[in-house]
Design a protein around this ligand. Structure first.
Ligand SMILES: [Fe+2]
Length: 207
């Protein structure tokens, strides 16, 4: 596994404590890489933990009235596991890789520390025509981080294709579950009046 010198054991321990569903992953190598990719994402940002990141779908869009990104990631991971477990119980021939579902759900938004970083936002917003606004959205940046730490492409695919970007490609079975768990999270919270009204876009949420 590619280890970045910016990533400390203290940061790895913090990530492990925030994303408790990581312990459900059976493959120890995959488990460690999920922790590593989030630790790297945080180390390369202005944030010091996942819990510092606002609970939004996109910066300033679909913001929960309370909580943070940890609540979103854990919620999506548990919803995705629930979908996978329920459907494989009824249809055992459904070939779902449960480890990839969990890793994909936990990593789907691993690019958010980049896209939500206040310093990046300030730079992009000051001159959108220089490098774009944002220069790279979280799905693509997340896939970049996944490959950087040596996560399998099945997990990188969940990062890059859970969102609107996934409409341009064919989603894997596991990413289809992650994509619907992610949308279910935001749509159900919206229906339950758990989203700050001013942050709700005028169109159907796509991320
Ligand atoms: Fe998400």
């Amino acid at each position: 596994m590619a280890r970045d010198p910016q990533v400390t054991d203290a940061l790895r321990a913090k990530v492990r404590g925030e994303l408790r569903e990581v312990e459900e992953i059976r493959d120890p190598d995959l488990r460690e890489k999920v922790i590593e990719v989030w630790a790297l994402a945080i180390a390369r940002s202005s944030f010091t933990s996942i819990g510092e990141i606002a609970p939004s779908g996109n910066p300033g869009v679909m913001t929960l009235k309370r909580g943070n990104q940890v609540d979103h990631l854990r919620g999506v991971a548990r919803l995705a596991m629930g979908m996978a477990d329920e459907l494989t119980a009824s249809f055992p021939e459904l070939e779902v890789d449960r480890d990839i579902v969990i890793a994909g759900a936990l990593c789907h938004d691993v690019g958010k520390p980049w896209e939500f970083d206040p310093e990046n936002r300030k730079r992009w917003e000051s001159n959108p025509r220089a490098a774009g606004l944002p220069s790279v959205r979280h799905p693509a940046y997340g896939a970049h981080l996944c490959f950087t730490v040596g996560l399998p492409e099945e997990v990188a695919h969940c990062a890059t294709g859970h969102s609107g970007e996934g409409e341009l490609i064919v989603r894997s079975l596991e990413n289809t579950i992650v994509h619907h768990a992610d949308h279910a999270f935001w749509n159900i919270m919206h229906a339950g009046d758990m989203i700050v009204p001013e942050s709700v876009p005028g169109r159907k949420h796509v991320d």
